[in-house]
Ligand binder design. Structure first.
Ligand code: SF4
Length: 74
């Protein structure tokens, strides 16, 4: 994952550009999950229960990967 995700998103018209910049990140109650790139990426990245558990090393590894990818894009 990285810049290619955003480039691919440009080709994918189902996503609403930048919608995640104007939300409260309460995805469980959001009617736009099917049109949000941030939600889709989160579901892919944190796709198993271990990666969603703060007390599990898998969560911190995934978070570290995400931060690294963010720094690469900056
Ligand atoms: S799905 Fe989540 S991140 Fe995307 S717009 Fe809705 S609340 Fe924000």
């Amino acid at each position: 994952m990285g810049n290619d995700v955003f480039e691919k998103n440009g080709e994918n018209s189902k996503h609403i550009s930048g919608i995640y910049n104007y939300c409260d990140r309460w995805c469980e109650r959001c009617p736009f999950t099917s049109r949000c790139l941030n939600f889709e990426m989160s579901e892919e990245k944190f796709d198993d229960p271990q990666s969603r558990d703060l007390n599990n090393e898998a969560f911190w590894e995934k978070l570290g990967e995400t931060l690294h990818e963010t720094l690469t894009m900056l």
